[in-house]
Structure formats: C-alpha cells, structure tokens
Write a protein that binds this ligand. Structure first.
Ligand code: CO
Length: 131
C-alpha cells in the first residue's frame, strides 16, 4: 500500500494554485467537479504521490463545513488499494465506522471510499482504487 494523495481543503483553487505551483514548481492539473463530494478538485504530482486541492462547491458540503470550523489545510489521507470494497469491508469487520459502506465514483475516474475519522484516530482516510 502507498499514499496516493493528501487532500488539502482550500477556500479557492485559484489562490491555492499560485501557492502550491510556486512552492513545488509543478503544475496543477485540470479542475474537476466531483458532485458526490461537493467539491471542485485539482491534483498536483509530487513524485509518485499527489496533492489534491479541494474547494467546496458550497458552505453546506463536507469540505465547506470543515473550512467553516477553521479547518484549513490537510483534510484527508488517501491510500491506494487494489480494491476499495475489500479495504472498507476489512475495516467494518474490525468494528470500525465507515462513511461509505461501499466504493463510489471519485475524482480522476477512480473508485473511492471513505472511512469514518474515528477509525483512524481522528484522521479522515480515503481509499482509492487503482485504475
Ligand atoms: Co481525496
């Protein structure tokens, strides 16, 4: 298993673009809206991993509420797994809470699924399936 990406909550993709592209010298990819998660996202490659900048599409979305609570910055850690459903099932079998009982469509055409933060000591964890 490896870290696929870190999700970073931002107020504005346009403002964040200058910060991250400038700092890392790598271009931000195309902006994509993920309606199921209420975000517009753009990825930036860092070696074999990525940063996912997340801009909420409204204040009542999960990322919108995260920002409203003062939670700018790292929002989730995403692990690449062979099967999102298997990863979620394994957590559930250990009695852990899930946000997604099964995988769903995510950014970049990948299947994704989120565990509840309580499953990882308060850290929101996403599983991303290889294409
Ligand atoms: Co993510």
């Amino acid at each position: 298993m490896r870290i696929d990406h870190l999700g970073i909550a931002v107020e504005s993709l346009d403002s964040a673009r200058a910060v991250w592209e400038g700092a890392l010298g790598a271009p931000l990819g195309a902006v994509e809206e993920v309606p199921q998660q209420g975000v517009r996202v753009a990825f930036l490659s860092v070696g074999e991993s990525h940063l996912e900048l997340l801009e909420p599409t409204g204040p009542e979305t999960a990322v919108g509420r995260f920002l409203a609570r003062g939670g700018r910055g790292v929002h989730h850690v995403a692990f690449a797994v062979p099967s999102v459903d298997a990863a979620l099932r394994a957590l559930a079998a250990r009695g852990q809470r899930l946000i997604d009982p099964v995988g769903r469509p995510g950014a970049r055409g990948r299947r994704v699924g989120f565990a509840h933060p309580s499953a990882f000591g308060g850290v929101l964890v996403e599983f991303v399936e290889a294409p």
